[in-house]
Design a protein around this ligand. Structure first.
Ligand code: ATP
Length: 247
């Protein structure tokens, strides 16, 4: 998948400016930025949303199809799976988990047996449970499982560890990494945590105020950041690691 020269605005206010990047199948691109950098807006545009920001220029190539952003598209393109930041945005609170799982197979063509992926992500059998009877972390893992069984070509993760403790987060993302590698899935992960992005991504893009300010292989971004904001992020990550090591 590649994005070329994309921009988007809310009314007269520019939100995204000249965004370009590529993520190939089997690769993992981490998009890192602070609050308000435009990360979620970018993901929404890729999924076809035209609100709150309206894409104005640029194009996306996914699965060999060129899509100009200005024309827009209705609905998430087939082959893209998306895990939202908040599990409450992805699950129906009034339906049992098993029912929601079954719907996946009615609506989409995906692998049928949930047990291997549930086991791999540390989830119990859903039995008769409703989403609120599972912790937020379990719900987030459930959404990951639902995304992975679609066997997408592109998996989009919006702050995938926000509801997970550090140990579970590492285990779950390591499992996602294994599955993505096995199935040649391209992963696009948005996070404010450079250390997390560095652990799983082979490419990193850093955004500030709607613009890409640094981009490249993870080692290069970490060892030779050029932009002042990227240098700050890298320095902060080193501080985080030192704190963790001293704890
Ligand atoms: N519904 C909205 N109405 C007006 N402005 C909005 C709306 N949603 C987002 N914005 C603005 O768009 C910009 C980008 O927001 P966005 O949510 O994409 O940032 P983000 O990088 O995902 O931040 P965070 O990490 O805090 O979720 C911000 O300046 C924000 O104020």
């Amino acid at each position: 998948m590649s994005i070329d020269a994309m921009s988007a605005a809310i009314g007269q206010q520019g939100i995204l400016h000249d965004i370009s990047f590529t993520v190939d199948r089997g690769d993992w691109l981490g998009i890192v930025g602070g609050s308000g950098a435009g990360k979620s807006t970018l993901l929404k545009a890729i999924l076809g949303a035209r609100r709150p920001a309206r894409p104005q220029a640029g194009s996306m190539i996914f699965d060999g199809v060129l899509r100009p952003f200005a024309k827009g598209w209705s609905g998430r393109p087939k082959g893209i799976a998306y895990v939202p930041q908040s599990p409450t945005h992805g699950l129906d609170p009034l339906r049992r988990i098993k029912w929601q799982w079954t719907q996946l197979f009615r609506c989409k063509c995906c692998v049928a047996d949930y047990k291997p992926i549930f086991t791999a992500l540390g989830l119990p059998d859903p039995e008769m449970h409703f989403p609120h009877e599972w912790s937020l972390g379990m719900q987030q893992r459930l959404l990951l499982a639902m995304a992975l069984v679609e066997e997408p070509k592109l998996l989009i993760l919006d702050e995938p560890t926000s509801a997970l403790d550090t140990v579970i987060a590492a285990q779950v993302l390591t499992e996602v990494e294994r599955i993505a590698r096995d199935k040649s899935i391209a992963v696009l992960m948005v996070t404010h945590d450079l250390a997390l992005a560095a652990r799983f991504s082979n490419q990193i893009t850093i955004m500030e105020q709607g613009r890409i300010v640094e981009s490249g292989p993870t080692d290069t971004v970490l060892n030779r950041p050029q932009h002042p904001y990227a240098r700050d992020l890298v320095a902060h990550r080193a501080w985080q690691r030192a704190e963790t090591a001293n704890a």
